[in-house]
Design a protein around this ligand. Structure first.
Ligand SMILES: Cc1ncc(C[n+]2csc(CCOP(=O)(O)OP(=O)(O)O)c2C)c(N)n1
Ligand SMILES: [Mg+2]
Length: 613
């Protein structure tokens, strides 16, 4: 970088495209940049070297680009702040597609830079370029999985495009953004004038239309069985205390979606657990019988709505819906709503609190019959879980493991899950008392997400215990990142529920089709159940590891792992026979059945007839 005086205040800044980018990231206070270099990104990478040597940004080497995106995603979910990810051209760039999609679906943000063909070489077929039907069209490949994608054709565009990228990524409904960087754009010098970060976007949030707030408040007043449905948007808004105030003022039950779990203190008398196909009996009962539902940042996806089958999770339009979302496209998308409010859920909650006044001046939710009903529903729910956990097998069940973790983990512990039985059962059984401590790949349900996302969460909150609770199938997708965890000593506790297979899918086959259709999901070798030796694998990477299989071993192992302050893996050899291999599904899920299974198909068709979509 060359610094020369230009007039009184301005300086001539000769910078390469890569230097412009890194300077911008530093101005935005981005602490980490993660990725794997290649010839396609050397220009940017050298600017990273320069900035890291000067102590301005930290570079983290991942071992697969997908992990970089998941780490950034986990970091954003915990802090609300973005990290930067970089990749080379071609395969390195495409390796991030799952991470982008996961972040996009759950509305989280990071900024990705991927190398691309030189501007003058586009279409010749340079190494790692695809140029058959179209010349290097990485941008198009990423369009469906990112909030916005750009190819930068000249370094002169960079300051403005970086400003737009941060603006798009962080304002309104957040989402990941991507910049394709031709190799020559990264290295060409220009007289740059990097724009001052933050002055080119607003931190202001949109509030709801006052007329619609009034309408909503009127409807709220009429409600006898009010329910607040907290979705992923509630976690993004972080307006946890306001949500509690609203629920208590209105006397509403609060239920969560898969993506919204932990948005509300789950030991609160008004918490009704979550609804949906893998929901809970209290959550389903409350959402089904509600007369008014206030939805805060929920998408009404099939999982939450029991595939829209009427009367299972929801009873719209008899139940009146007030839908609040920052994204107008979500309003009325899957269900008609009585009142649709576009706005930041935190601001809208406060507007509703100002407009709503309870019918009875001395209303106290603690003594209301509805709160008593919620308590009774929960009591029988916990009794059911307790009974389930009293069963005894040669190995611990996942439910028993969750029970032990509930009694052992400090309440502020962040638990990260992705897909599989551990995720489904945490949703049903764990009581998160500190808002924002449950982190899951809710909408895209990406296997291989929990472990790197947990590292992102730990980078975000180094003083808080972070646990990645995952299955063996999930872990096998990303276990090379044990190397990243060891190198940077990121002290996540990986709790691996090993059942030697993709049990969530085997259980689905068993439950939906019948026992003999449970095919292809066990790890088998020489006609016996097979498992890699995860303890040896972890130790091979330099991570301390322990294998357990009994309930009484959980607490000491977890306590020791947390106390060590070091990365750790606890392999839990869990019980794998249906139905105790997983949890029960109390809702409905549209899983089509082939014609040659007439009994199952007839049952399925009868349910499908009641769908409202
Ligand atoms: C990338 C990806 N591939 C496939 C799936 C489909 N899927 C959902 S759960 C699951 C099994 C998960 O196995 P594991 O992590 O071992 O957990 P378990 O269900 O055995 O507890 C699969 C294959 C998915 N969600 N994500
Ligand atoms: Mg498994």
């Amino acid at each position: 970088m060359t610094d020369m005086p230009r007039g009184k205040e301005e300086k001539v800044m000769i910078q390469s495209g890569g230097q412009i980018i890194v300077e911008y990231l530093i101005k935005e206070k981005v602490p980490y940049i993660l990725g794997i270099p290649g010839h396609g990104i050397l220009g940017l990478f050298d600017a990273v070297r320069e900035a890291e040597e000067a102590g301005h940004i930290k570079y983290i080497q991942v071992k697969h680009e997908q992990a970089a995106t998941h780490i950034a995603d986990g970091y954003y979910r915990v802090t609300g702040k973005p990290l930067a990810v970089f990749t080379s051209i071609g395969p390195g760039a495409l390796n991030t597609s799952i991470g982008l999609a996961t972040a996009y679906v759950d509305s989280t943000a990071f900024l990705q830079f991927s190398g691309d063909t030189h501007v003058h070489m586009k279409g010749v077929g340079v190494l790692q370029e695809i140029e058959r039907y179209q010349d290097s069209n990485f941008v198009r490949a990423m369009e469906p999985v990112a909030k916005r994608v750009w190819r930068v054709e000249a370094p002169e565009q960079l300051p403005r495009l970086l400003q737009r990228a941060f603006n798009q990524m962080l304002t309104g409904r957040p989402g990941p953004v991507v910049m394709a960087l031709p190799m020559d754009v990264q290295t060409r010098d220009i007289d740059s004038n990097v724009m001052p970060a933050e002055q080119f976007r607003t931190a202001a949030k949109p509030a709801g239309d006052p007329a619609f707030i009034e309408k909503a408040a009127r409807l709220m007043k009429e409600a006898k069985r009010p329910v607040i449905l907290a979705g992923g948007g509630m976690l993004r808004s972080r307006a946890y205390d306001d949500l509690v105030r609203l629920a208590e003022t209105w006397g509403a039950a609060v239920i969560t979606t898969m993506a919204g779990k932990s948005a509300f203190p789950e030991n609160h008398p008004l918490y009704g657990f979550h609804t949906g196909s893998k929901g809970t009996i209290p959550g389903l009962e409350l959402s089904r019988k509600a007369d008014v539902i206030l939805s805060l940042g929920a998408r009404f996806a099939d999982e939450t709505t029991c595939s829209y089958r009427k009367g299972i999770a929801f009873n719209f339009p008899e139940t009146k819906l007030i839908q609040v979302d920052i994204d107008p496209a979500e309003i009325g998308k899957n269900y008609p709503c009585e009142v649709g409010i576009i706005g930041d859920v935190g601001l809208v909650i406060n507007q509703l609190l100002s407009s709503y006044s309870p019918l009875a001046g001395n209303f106290d939710y603690r003594t209301s019959p509805y709160t008593k009903e919620i308590a009774e529903l929960k009591e029988s729910w916990f009794a059911k879980i307790k009974k389930e956990r009293e069963k005894h097998f040669d190995k611990i069940t996942i439910s028993q493991l969750i029970g032990e973790l509930s009694g052992t983990l400090p309440k502020e512990t962040i638990i990260v899950t992705s897909s599989g039985n551990t995720q489904a059962q945490i949703l049903q059984e764990y009581v998160f008392t500190v808002p924002g401590t449950h982190v899951t790949s809710g909408g895209f349900s990406t296997m291989g997400w929990a472990f790197p996302a947990a590292m992102g969460a730990k980078l975000a909150k180094p003083d808080t215990p972070v646990v990645a609770l995952l299955g063996d199938g999930d872990f096998l997708m990303v276990l090379q990142e044990l190397s990243t965890m060891a190198q940077y000593q990121i002290p996540v506790v990986v709790i691996l529920a090993n059942n030697s297979g993709w049990m969530a899918i085997k259980d689905l086959q068993h439950g939906m089709l019948g026992k003999k259709f449970a095919f292809g999901n066990d790890w088998i070798k020489d006609n016996a159940v097979y498992s890699p030796d995860f303890v040896k694998i972890a130790e091979g990477f330099g991570i301390s590891a322990k294998k357990i299989s009994q309930s009484k071993e959980v607490a000491p192992a977890v306590q020791a792992a947390i106390a060590s302050g070091k990365p750790a893996l606890i392999e839990v050899d869990v019980y794998r026979e249906f139905p105790e291999s997983g949890g029960d599904a109390y809702g409905w899920w549209d899983v089509p059945i082939p014609h040659y299974l007439p009994d199952q198909k007839n049952k399925y068709e009868a349910g499908k007839k009641e769908e409202q979509i």
